[in-house]
Design a protein around this ligand. Structure first.
Ligand code: ZN
Length: 345
């Protein structure tokens, strides 16, 4: 991706493709790469890891760490609905992960949905939702309010979630705005609308963010390739009615399985890994665990800072042989989809 140009003393970057005027970087004496923007060298593409300043890059890395224990603030002090400008937006690993996305990741990891043990029966869909509701007792949306108290797992469960929010004693919300969450599978994403099946529809007042590294991410959420949504329910203003205010949608493995995957390409890859693992179990008696990590497994941010290197690392899959000392970390970056974490400059 980066090419050293000895005559100009700079690196040129291919993030905008093989165009005549490519974005460039120069090596500073301190050992850092700095962006070099001139008429001949434009800004890096929005998705390029070099498009951001080191401090901004550090914030992005932090947003992909597992937020151990702390309260997830799903709303700012005043939630602007966002109007027509941001109806459906694409998000990728080059952008900071929002609190609602972090909440979804924490829930699926704690509910063991991101891990498949070959040879063991996978939980059915309703049991997976039940596990999410169970682990929601350990996730807090305000100092004294757990996610479990204000969680719905049905797209048509808005009224129940509103009743649950209103059932919380007002003083428990101290310092936070009352909020609820719906976590459920969706089939299609349209501007201001989420659908599951032909009947169930939920209107979302503000932004719907869809994870996907490519621009057609929203089209990839379809009845054949569903997504898992986390929808924030709150009042836009103090005296307005509760509404679905914003949503985050991440592709999931299939209609019967909530496991998050980053793309349809990963979905197909996972199917092949599981087929191979089933064969290994039958033919070779080797048990396998396949995990799709969603949090950074790299160095702690502060430790990395001290070394002047800020990296986040989210492999596509980690395959472990359960009864042998064997682990494979899979990175599909060379495939069709650029679907893994990147090194921040
Ligand atoms: Zn670039």
């Amino acid at each position: 991706m980066l090419r050293w140009h000895p005559y100009d003393g700079m690196f040129v970057c291919d993030c905008r493709g093989r165009v005549e005027h490519r974005p460039a970087l120069v090596l500073r004496r301190t050992g850092f790469l700095a962006r070099h923007v001139t008429p001949a060298h434009p800004e890096h593409s929005e998705d390029c890891p070099f498009a951001r300043d080191p401090t901004e890059g550090r914030e992005i890395v932090r947003s992909y760490r597992h937020p151990a224990g702390q309260v997830l603030r799903l709303l700012g002090p005043l939630q602007a609905i966002g109007g027509e400008r941001h109806e459906v937006a694409r998000v990728a690993y080059a952008t900071p992960r929002s609190a609602v996305a972090q909440l979804l990741m924490r829930a699926v990891v704690a509910a063991n949905i991101q891990q498949v043990r070959c040879g063991e029966d996978r939980l059915g869909l309703s049991q997976q939702y039940a596990e999410i509701r169970r682990v929601a007792a350990d996730i807090r949306v305000a100092e004294e309010v757990t996610l479990q108290r204000v969680l719905g797992t049905n797209l048509d469960g808005l009224n129940r979630v509103i009743a649950a929010i209103e059932g919380v004693e007002p003083r428990s919300w101290r310092g936070s705005r009352p909020v609820g969450v719906i976590i459920c599978q969706v089939d299609t994403v349209e501007p201001h609308l989420l659908r599951a099946g032909p009947e169930r529809v939920l209107e979302v007042a503000g932004r719907i963010s869809v994870f996907g590294e490519s621009a057609d991410a929203t089209r990839r959420i379809s009845p054949q390739t569903p997504g898992l949504a986390a929808i924030v329910v709150a009042r836009p203003e103090a005296n307005e009615r509760y509404r679905a205010l914003k949503a985050y949608v991440h592709p999931c493995y299939g209609r019967g399985d909530l496991m998050l995957v980053d793309s349809d390409y990963e979905r197909r890859t996972l199917r092949e890994i599981l087929d191979t693992a089933a064969w290994m179990l039958n033919a070779r008696k080797v048990g396998m665990t396949v995990e799709k990590p969603v949090f950074d497994i790299g160095l702690p941010v502060d430790e990395a800072d001290a070394q002047g290197v800020r990296t986040f690392c989210i492999p596509d899959f980690v395959v472990t042989a359960t009864d042998r000392d064997l682990e494979a970390v899979m990175d599909l970056r060379a495939g069709n989809d650029q679907a893994v974490g990147h090194d921040c400059p």
